[in-house]
Design a protein around this ligand. Structure first.
Ligand code: NAD
Ligand code: WQD
Length: 339
């Protein structure tokens, strides 16, 4: 049972490789290392005792991607994580995002057609919902106009996959992640943001460890109980396990439609201040933060209705916010020890 994991040395990909290996899948990773490091393969081996195959490959390079598939066509499925994901960067350089995120997907789908590879799991995002009118948000909630080129690449990718599936043998599961945080309990793999983090949790842990002076809390005048914005944070290992369930569902032909969509969240919304409080509680570190203006483009509140994923996939996120924050903190401390 060989599975290709694109972007498998990245944050969510690396955790998914470990969970696939635990379930007995043979994994081959391709990644161009544009946002990750080759030594993640060693860390995965340290956790699981199994070294995944790894090829450095830029999936936008059509010739090299075709060549890769000519040598690796006996795949039971593909989990496609490889993409750029920085919202702000995508606003400044939209073409870089369309080329990378759409170009690599097209190359993969073309090879799936040629080599009769059936099953694709795709990393989508709750960003496709924008600010939903009805909460918690269900999978059939309207797709609103994307707020960034990055968000638009996820909307377009979902369409490209759906349209291709209609005229081919390709089946897909589109997984819409809410806010993935946390790290593996071994603290051997986790998120490695380049430069100044945009996301809340890496910014919190980097501030607490002394890499950043102060966290800015973006806005305290939202229409929420404490005035700060609310998100559905999900532990990366819970998220990774959902990918294994999804690929097993496809291999076992248990899907109800050729393209299925699932929300991956906990179903619980937490405010920025609740996240900070949880961090301070589990780390015993007082965080230096101040309230500033809202961040442009941020939505007020979003959290998932996970009923469909829970019922259909038989999967449920298990980790609490405190567990998520503790694992993020342990990862940050492990990184500091290596320096
Ligand atoms: P990541 O940057 O850690 O991992 C992505 C990996 O893909 C990196 O290792 C990068 O080197 C690789 N990559 C990028 N372009 C490539 C290319 N052209 N060829 C080969 N490899 C390439 O990001 P992540 O957080 O693990 O995200 C994985 C996926 O999940 C992405 O598609 C992202 O858009 C999506 N997603 C992430 C989040 C989040 O908050 N982390 C939320 C929703 C969706
Ligand atoms: C969470 C909350 C901020 C940083 C982004 C992408 C989205 C998806 C997930 C990929 C918000 C607040 C943050 C800080 C803060 N990624 N915050 N101070 O904005 O929900 O979503 O990541 O698909 O597409 O847009 O996540 O972690 O940036 O922010 O107060 O320094 O924390 O305002 O309320 P977000 P985030």
């Amino acid at each position: 049972m060989k599975i290709l994991v694109t972007g498998g040395t990245g944050y969510i990909g690396s955790h998914t490789v470990v969970e696939l290996q635990k379930k007995g899948f043979e994994v081959i990773i391709v990644d161009n290392l544009s946002n990750s490091y080759a030594n993640v393969v060693d860390q995965i081996e340290q956790i699981s005792g199994i070294r995944p195959a790894f090829e450095e490959l830029d999936l936008t390079n059509t010739e090299k991607t075709n060549d890769f598939f000519n040598h690796h066509f006996d795949l039971k499925g593909i989990i496609h994580f490889a993409a750029f994901k920085a919202v702000g960067e995508s606003v400044n350089d939209p073409l870089m995002y369309y080329r990378n995120n759409i170009g690599s997907l097209v190359n993969i789908l073309e090879n799936m057609k040629i080599h009769k590879i059936e099953n694709l799991v795709f990393s989508s995002s709750c960003t496709v919902y924008g600010q939903p009118e009805i909460l918690p948000v269900k999978e059939d909630s309207p797709i609103l106009k994307a707020l960034s080129p990055y968000g638009n690449t996820k909307q377009i990718s979902e369409e490209v996959i759906t349209e291709t599936s209609q005229v081919s043998h390709i089946k897909a599961i589109l997984l819409r992640y809410f806010n993935p945080i946390g790290a593996h309990e071994s603290a051997l793999i986790g998120e490695l943001p380049l430069g100044i983090p945009n996301n809340l949790v890496p910014f919190i842990t980097q501030t607490a460890i002394g890499l950043r002076e102060q966290l800015s809390v973006f806005g305290s005048d939202y229409n929420t109980p404490d005035g700060t914005a609310i998100r559905d944070y999900i532990h990366v290992v819970d998220l990774a396990q959902a990918h294994v369930v999804a690929i097993e569902r496809m291999i076992g032909n248990k899907g109800k439609k050729d393209v299925e969509i699932f929300n991956l969240g906990t179903g619980n919304g937490f405010s920025v201040l609740e996240v900070i409080n949880s961090f301070e509680k589990v780390s015993h570190v007082k965080l230096n933060y101040k309230i500033v203006d809202r961040r442009a483009g941020d939505i007020e509140i979003v959290y998932a209705d996970t009923t469909y994923a829970n019922d259909e996939l038989g999967w449920k996120a298990k980790k609490t916010l405190d567990e998520m924050m503790l694992s993020s903190w342990n990862w940050e401390k492990a990184l500091a020890e290596k320096k």
